[in-house]
Design a protein around this ligand. Structure first.
Ligand SMILES: [Zn+2]
Length: 176
């Protein structure tokens, strides 16, 4: 299955919160964000997909028709029993809080201290969550979820949802 390099993620504000995947899937099919099922956790975009986001730039050039080995837009829903750190090549690490050295990983190469991921403002370039909705083949800030979509997610889950844009996703276990 084709895997996108650039992805938009929607995730609940509470990192511990686990979504009920079946229930949310059903609701998002009703809303027509999700289209037909492509694999157990991957969906084609639904009829309303384009109206649930604001697209930047003059005309979005987005392939909505599923392809075998070419770029297309798809949606995946994932939920796990522990928070994970989701990052990518574009993740903006802060300077080391202990010595101000420029960081590119959790452990500082200068002072050897470890960065507490939960205390960082990742500025939409990484996040910590147990659950997320991933939209494949959306470039950074190319699309922004609109209020209708964010309100649906909030009323379904009781949590506020946030957005991140990740290039070449890496999922890391954190904590115990
Ligand atoms: Zn340091």
């Amino acid at each position: 299955m084709w895997e996108a390099e650039f992805k938009l993620y929607l995730y609940p504000d509470n990192p511990e919160y686990q979504i009920d995947v079946d229930r949310l899937t059903l609701q998002l099919k009703k809303n027509a964000l999700l289209g037909k099922t492509l694999s157990p956790y991957r969906y084609a975009t639904g009829e309303k997909f384009l109206s649930l986001f604001t697209f930047m730039g003059c005309s979005p050039n987005i392939e909505l028709e599923p392809q075998d080995d070419k770029p297309y837009c798809y949606i995946e829903i994932e939920s796990q029993n522990k928070p994970r750190f989701i990052s990518g090549k574009n993740t903006k690490y802060p300077p080391c809080p202990h010595c101000k050295e420029k960081l590119s990983a959790q452990i500082c190469t200068n002072c050897n201290q470890s960065l507490d991921f939960t205390k960082v403002n990742w500025r939409k370039s990484a996040f910590i969550s147990s659950s997320w909705i991933c939209i494949g083949n959306i470039y950074e800030l190319e699309a922004i979820p609109n209020d209708q979509l964010l309100n649906t997610l909030k009323s379904e889950t009781g949590s506020t949802w946030k957005t991140a844009y990740i290039r070449d996703t890496q999922v890391t276990n954190i904590g115990a």
